[in-house]
Ligand binder design. Structure first.
Ligand code: NAI
Ligand code: MG
Length: 397
């Protein structure tokens, strides 16, 4: 059993906190690793390392060209280790291996994108009257606190790391407690890629205390958060006390709208992909399927027909199209909405835990479609973050 350490100041270090968190494989619920549940003191050590690297370290003198090269080296490292990282991602968060491979390729692409951008961040000369000159310069914000969710663990991390490295910030990043493993694996590449110590620090732990300590730390200049709207509100409130810059990527209840003249097969596949990809654990999942009334029965029937044939199982099996949900907590939450939906609307398919060979030990739920859902129903209004679709008719634009 691997027991991981924190990555602070360019080294893997023991946490001062003696608490650890079990990391599971949601396909079996077996514990596959342990990580520190970092304390406030651990977060302070990470912030201090990031602060030093920003204020006094060599990072300020590292040119934009070199920051770009660092990002390209990270991309190369990800591509070199792509198979291993995809395997680890699937084992830790459950998603089908084909989807994990896509994510990891996207991680590399993200580093490359910002590698190219590093030399193209520049300011403006603003025309002003009289004997004056006005220049707008773009400078790094300082120490960035970055909080990552569990649905696209390494990709969401890359979306925060790459732009901050590109801009010349230093950072403290916390992966979700459920899915820390791929980011810890990537941290092994930071030094070889040329990142000076302290530029990127990885702290594992819970939202409380570790996440909250990052957000409230007075020496963190900027907070970038992806996760639930509920936690996002807390982050924004806390950041206000320190007048920090904040970016939030939160949840949704996105509609996909199908008119009668749409390409029918593409509409069916699009609707299913929209709500079932990544087990529906997607902030932009097409969880409300709005269908023009004249094609409503036919489209619903075709969706149900195909939903029944989705292969569930452990994501490492290449035939699998839908893996388990990430955690017991998320499983219970989605099961709760399945039961609520049976009271609020009509059930077309699914509606329960998925059982059978290879499924019973894991956190599998059936792809579920409710129909004739009232727009006011809770299942139509609240983010479920699982494979649950609400299909409803409409009459006109
Ligand atoms: P969450 O928003 O609580 O957790 C996301 C991240 O924030 C994790 O790294 C967590 O440790 C951290 N966090 C939690 N509390 C914090 C705090 N007080 N201060 C700072 N960081 C904190 O999401 P959770 O509880 O895992 O999932 C609940 C629901 O949130 C899901 O069912 C889903 O609806 C939504 N969600 C949305 C995501 C998205 O991509 N937009 C991703 C994950 C969840
Ligand atoms: Mg939470």
């Amino acid at each position: 059993m691997t027991v991981h350490a924190l990555y602070i100041g360019g080294r893997f270090v023991e946490a001062t906190s003696s608490r650890t968190l079990d990391v599971i494989d949601p396909a079996t619920q077996e514990v596959i690793a342990r990580v520190p549940d970092a304390s406030e003191a651990d977060v302070s050590a990470a912030v201090a390392a990031a602060r030093r690297a920003f204020d006094a370290g060599p990072w300020r003198e590292v040119t934009a060209q070199e920051r770009g090269r660092i990002l390209f080296r990270l991309a190369e490292a990800v591509r070199r280790r792509a198979a291993e990282l995809a395997d680890l991602e699937t084992r830790n968060c459950g998603k089908p291996i084909v989807e994990a491979e896509f994510d990891i390729a996207d991680v590399a692409t993200c580093f490359e994108y910002y590698g190219g951008l590093a030399t193209k961040v520049h300011g403006d000369v603003i025309p002003v009257p009289d004997n004056a000159m006005s220049l707008a310069l773009r400078e790094p914000a300082g120490v960035a606190g970055q909080i990552i969710p569990w649905n696209y663990p390494l990709l969401m991390a890359a979306w925060k790391l790459a732009p901050a490295i590109c801009a010349g910030c230093t950072m403290v990043i916390k992966p979700a407690e459920q899915t820390p493993l791929t980011l810890l694996a990537l941290a092994r590449e930071f030094e070889a890629a040329g990142l000076p110590p302290g530029v990127v620090n990885v702290v594992t732990g819970l939202g409380q205390p570790a996440g909250a300590a990052i957000v409230s730390h007075p020496e963190v200049d900027l907070v970038a958060f992806t996760g639930s709207a509920e936690t996002g509100r807390t982050v924004l409130r806390t950041a206000a006390d320190g007048i920090k810059k904040v970016s939030l990527e939160l949840g949704g209840k996105s509609p996909n709208i199908f008119f009668a003249d749409a390409d029918f097969e593409a509409a069916v596949d699009g609707a299913l992909f929209g709500v079932f990809v990544n087990q529906g654990e997607v902030c932009s999942a097409g969880s409300r399927v709005l269908v023009e009334r004249s094609v409503y029965p036919r489209l619903l029937e075709a969706m149900v027909e195909k939903a029944r044939r989705i292969t569930l199982g452990p994501g490492l099996d290449r035939r699998v199209k839908m893996g388990p949900l990430v955690s017991r907590e998320q499983f219970d939450r989605v099961r709760g909405y399945q039961e609520l939906g049976k009271r609020e609307a009509k059930l077309a398919v699914g509606g329960g835990r998925a059982t059978g060979a290879g499924l019973d030990a894991g956190l599998f739920v059936e792809p579920t479609i409710f129909y004739d859902v009232d727009h006011g129903a809770r299942i139509a209004r609240e983010e479920i973050f699982g494979p649950v679709a609400c299909v409803m008719p409409f009459d006109d634009e």
